[in-house]
Design a binder for this molecule. Structure first.
Ligand code: BES
Ligand code: ZN
Ligand code: ZN
Length: 507
């Protein structure tokens, strides 16, 4: 099912003009007065035409702009692409990835199969070579990602991939740093690509059973996987998951994954919402709101993406993942507004709106997470449209009972170019979730603060365990393409959590 990333990266200790790729890219800051080393070297090798063309074309190196020129046989590569990095003061990890994504797409459009460049611009940023090369590889791989499974043979053939990327390193020490950064970027991108593929598959393919199969395929020496079916979930008292699953013919699954390194020090539990299709249930969504609802398993896909690479990363964190997976369908068996469910920890919930189903399945999974006694419980969920209203399509909302942890997750996101923003757990709003018949109701009657009341609902099930909740409704899926994400699943959160788990800022 998975499209393999064929892009091969090679780091070489040769000057840029000696690279043998079909095309070379050089980078320039907007309105820069000094030229980067690579431009000067290439200009010399080309007898002065590079700087001249840049001047003649009045190329200002604004973000997203690329100037192309031919080398007319003066060096082996036949083209040069001058990439505008934009303003130095606006440069960050997100801009870095976008730049390389734009470069990758341009190279693909020009049918370039081998691309070379140097990264001397790294010196002029606040980032080290490892960070820059990681961002470069993520940008190139993720920016040229396409989900082609259902396209015809012709279109798939025409989608010629960049096959090889050559990077020059000035000295041996740089070569090591660049290689390390690239390897990490390749691992992070591979994990993100798996999450994207799972989201992009139609809901009739990416069913709970399919997700369970993908999880089982990961099991081996390093990863343990258990799948619980409906019967077992009944015994476990998972009333939330079973309630939501009642209306569906697809059997629900609860997936538990575990990676415990030998030198494990801290334990983290990750929970990911996997509603493989959210119709709203009897509180049916209008057709246009349902169009993209295959995205509603993105949280679960994120966990699968993360686990697919955990053994490759030298992390000393013990990670357990829970993925409650079900459809949310209307039928003669479906949950009815007014029904009362009993969650794993014994709390009862009056379900007044069957479209607020994510919190019901997460409630059970969070209880299971608490029972693991982790240092941190972290969930990712496409939980509320309200969070998208608040933060738009590129930013996830972050809630948590442990502010330091929220800050660390935010820092990890910043480090790999994803955007999350803190939102408050306003305790006064807990009133809005009081039910006359059960311990809680699943929706507030208020039109406002929907992302907050959803998070407050989840908080009822985490006890004293330090907890972070990411509402990824906006960034999980791109309705329109952005440089790094084509239309469809983004794999948002995979890289942030990986960064959080392996960087020394974690825990
Ligand atoms: N899966 C949706 C949230 C969602 C909407 C994610 C759009 C991504 C894009 C969730 O299950 C839902 O339907 N939430 C309701 C909650 C409401 C009924 C309280 C919503 O946001 O409208
Ligand atoms: Zn819903
Ligand atoms: Zn949902």
């Amino acid at each position: 099912m998975l499209e393999l990333n064929l892009m091969k990266f090679e780091v070489k200790l040769v000057p840029i003009e000696k690279l043998e790729a079909e095309a070379l890219a050089v980078f320039s800051w907007q309105e820069a007065r000094e030229w980067p080393q690579e431009v000067l070297r290439l200009d010399k090798a080309l007898g002065g035409i590079l700087k001249k063309t840049i001047a003649e074309e009045e190329f200002k190196a604004a973000f997203g702009k690329i100037l192309t020129l031919h080398t007319h046989g003066k060096i082996k590569p036949s083209r040069i692409l001058v990439v505008g990095l934009g303003k130095k003061e606006e440069f960050d990890q997100a801009v870095l990835r976008r730049n390389f994504a734009i470069l990758g797409k341009k190279a693909k459009d020009l049918k370039i199969k081998t691309l070379g460049f140097g990264l001397s611009f790294a010196k002029e940023t606040e980032f080290n070579l490892e960070q820059i090369s990681q961002g470069a590889s993520e940008g190139l791989i993720l920016g040229t990602y396409k989900f082609l499974r259902y396209k015809g043979e012709k279109e798939r053939q025409e989608e010629r991939e960049i096959e090889a990327v050559e990077i020059t390193a000035g000295k041996a020490q740089d070569l090591v740093s660049i290689k390390e950064g690239i390897t990490r970027g390749e691992i992070y991108s591979g994990a993100t690509t798996l999450a994207r593929d799972l989201v992009n598959e139609p809901a009739s393919v990416s069913t709970p059973t399919h997700l369970a199969k993908v999880a089982k395929e990961m099991a081996g020496q390093e990863i343990k996987c258990q799948i619980y079916d409906r019967k077992q979930m009944e015994k476990m008292g998972l009333g939330g998951i079973l309630g939501v699953a009642r209306g569906s013919d697809e059997p629900p699954k609860l997936i538990r994954l575990e990676h415990k390194p030998k030198n494990a020090r801290k334990k983290v539990v990750l929970v990911g919402k996997a509603v493989t299709f959210d119709t709203g249930g009897l509180s049916l969504k209008p057709w246009d709101a349902m169009e993209t609802m295959k995205l509603d398993m993105a949280g679960g896909a994120t966990i699968l993406g993360i686990f697919s690479v955990l053994p490759k990363l030298k992390s000393n964190v013990w990670v357990v993942g829970f993925i409650p997976a079900t459809e949310n369908m209307p039928s003669g068996h479906a949950l009815k507004p007014g029904d009362v469910l009993r969650i794993r920890n014994g709390k009862t919930v009056e379900v007044l709106h069957t479209d607020a189903e994510g919190r019901l399945i997460l409630a059970d999974a969070l209880c299971l997470g608490v029972e693991e006694k982790p240092e941190l419980l972290l969930d990712l969920a496409t939980l509320t449209g309200a969070c998208m209203v608040a933060l738009g399509e590129e930013v996830a909302g972050a809630f948590g009972t442990d502010e330091t942890m929220v800050k660390k997750v935010e820092k990890a996101a910043l480090g790999i170019g994803e955007k999350i923003w803190p939102l408050p757990l306003v305790k006064e709003y807990k009133e809005l979730l009081k039910s006359p018949v059960a311990d809680l109701k699943n929706v507030s009657k208020s039109k406002y603060g929907g992302a907050i009341t959803a998070a407050l609902f989840l908080q009822e099930f985490v006890g004293e365990t330090p907890w972070v909740h990411l509402d990824i409704s906006g960034p999980a899926f791109a309705e329109k393409e952005t440089p790094l994400v084509p239309q469809g699943g983004s794999g948002f959160g995979v890289r942030t959590i990986l960064e959080f788990l392996i960087s020394n800022l974690s825990l």
